[in-house]
Design a protein around this ligand. Structure first.
Ligand code: MN
Ligand code: MN
Length: 353
C-alpha cells in the first residue's frame, strides 16, 4: 500500500470506534441500535424473545405483533412443530439491521413479541383453530399486523380467516406442498389443506396466489390449486426460470392489493432445513429463498408466517436459524418495505436491544 494512503487511513480510523460511520444511512442505523452507555448487548444473554424484540402482554399500540403458535395437531407425519416458537426464540444475532432494505425495522414501527396464542386444549385441533382465529381477530381489530411462527401449517387457515374477512387477500406461498388437499381420515382440518379451506371461505383470492417450490409425490393431490386458478411454480419450472423470473412472476400474480406471505420451511431443501415434519428433497436454498422474499419489498403485506419448524429432527439448529432469518425478512418487509409501512409512525427514540 502507498505509504501516504496508509497514513491518511490511520489518521481517519486509528481512534474511531465501532459506532461511527460516514454513510448517513449506516450512521442512523447505528444510532438506532447502540446503547446509551456505548456498549453492545450480549446476544446470548437474557430471556430470549423473537428477534430480541421487547415482550408485550397486549396488542395495544403495536404496528406489528410477532406471535408464537405452538400447535401441531394437524400434522400428517412427524410431529414436533409445537416446539417451533421456542426454538426460533432461542436463535440470537438475527437483525436488527437489514442489509438490503438498509434500515432497522424495529426503529421504524412499534413491534413486540406478544407471546403465544392461548389454547384451551392440547387435544382438540378444531378448538385450537378457533382459538387462533379469535386471537388474530383481536390483533386485526387493534390495528396491528401479525407475523407468526408455527406450529404446523394448519394454523394459517384461521389466521387467513381473521385477516381476509370482508377483503380476501392474495398470497405468496413458499412450500414443497400446495396444501390444498381435501378431507381424509375424517378431517378437512390438517396441515395439507389450509389454502383450500381459505379459498372456499372467501378469505383468500386464488387468482392472486402463487405457490413456489412445489415438488414430491404429493403433487398428485394439488388439483384444487389449478381448478381455483392459483399459479403453481413446481421445482421444474423454478429450475428453468431461476429466482429472478419467479420473483417477477410473483409480483405480477399478486398485484397491488393486500397480500399474505406464508413460508413452510419444508420449501427449503432438507440439507438446510431437516427439522420439519414432511421433508422433501430437491428444494430451495436459503440463498434463493431470501432473495425471493427480499424481492417482495413494496408490496402491501398485511401479515406473514413461518411454519413447520420441528427442531428435534435437527441437532444442528440450522432449521431454526433459517426460520428466524425468514421471520426477520418478513418483519423487515412489513416495517420497511411496503406501502402499509408508510402508515406506521416513526417510533421516536426507539432503541433496539
Ligand atoms: Mn410443506
Ligand atoms: Mn405447508
Amino acid at each position: 500500500m502507498d505509504p501516504t494512503k496508509l497514513q491518511a487511513l490511520r489518521a481517519r480510523y486509528d481512534e474511531r470506534g465501532a459506532f461511527e460511520a460516514t454513510d448517513p444511512v449506516l450512521r442512523t442505523a447505528i444510532e438506532q441500535v447502540r446503547h446509551p452507555d456505548g456498549r453492545r448487548a450480549l446476544p446470548y444473554a437474557g430471556v430470549p424473545t423473537f428477534l430480541g424484540l421487547p415482550v408485550a402482554s397486549g396488542i395495544d399500540g403495536l404496528d406489528v405483533a410477532v406471535v408464537g403458535v405452538p400447535m401441531d395437531l394437524g400434522v400428517s407425519n412427524r410431529p414436533g412443530a409445537r416446539f417451533g416458537p421456542r426454538a426460533v426464540r432461542t436463535i440470537e444475532r438475527i437483525g436488527p439491521y437489514h442489509p438490503t432494505l438498509r434500515g432497522v425495522p424495529q426503529a421504524r414501527v412499534r413491534a413486540a413479541d406478544v407471546g403465544d396464542v392461548p389454547f384451551r386444549s392440547r387435544y382438540s385441533l378444531e378448538q385450537s383453530l378457533e382459538d387462533i382465529e379469535n386471537h388474530y381477530a383481536q390483533i386485526v381489530r387493534q390495528g396491528a399486523r401479525p407475523v407468526s411462527v408455527g406450529g404446523d401449517h394448519s394454523i394459517t387457515y384461521p389466521i387467513l380467516k381473521a385477516l381476509g374477512k370482508g377483503r380476501p387477500v392474495g398470497l405468496v406461498h413458499i412450500d414443497a406442498h400446495c396444501d390444498t388437499m381435501g378431507a381424509y381420515d375424517g378431517s378437512k382440518f390438517h396441515h395439507g389443506g389450509p389454502f383450500r379451506l381459505a379459498v372456499l371461505d372467501g378469505v383468500l383470492d386464488p387468482e392472486r396466489t402463487i405457490q413456489i417450490g412445489i415438488r414430491g409425490s404429493s403433487n398428485m393431490f394439488w388439483e384444487f390449486s389449478h381448478a381455483a386458478g392459483m399459479r403453481v411454480v413446481y421445482m421444474e419450472e423454478w429450475l428453468e426460470k431461476g429466482w429472478t423470473e419467479v420473483a417477477a412472476l410473483a409480483r405480477e400474480v399478486v398485484g397491488t392489493g393486500p397480500i399474505y406471505v406464508s413460508v413452510d420451511v419444508d420449501g427449503f431443501d432438507p440439507a438446510f432445513a431437516p427439522g420439519t415434519g414432511t421433508p422433501e428433497v430437491g428444494g430451495l436454498t436459503p440463498r434463493e429463498g431470501l432473495a425471493l422474499l427480499r424481492s417482495l419489498a413494496g408490496l402491501d403485506i398485511v401479515g406473514a408466517d413461518v411454519v413447520e419448524v420441528a427442531p428435534q429432527y435437527d441437532p444442528t439448529t440450522n432449521t431454526a436459524q433459517l426460520a428466524a432469518q425468514i421471520l426477520f425478512e418478513e418483519f423487515a418487509l412489513l416495517a420497511l418495505g411496503g406501502p402499509s409501512s408508510g402508515a406506521g409512525p416513526l417510533a421516536a427514540g426507539a432503541a433496539a436491544p
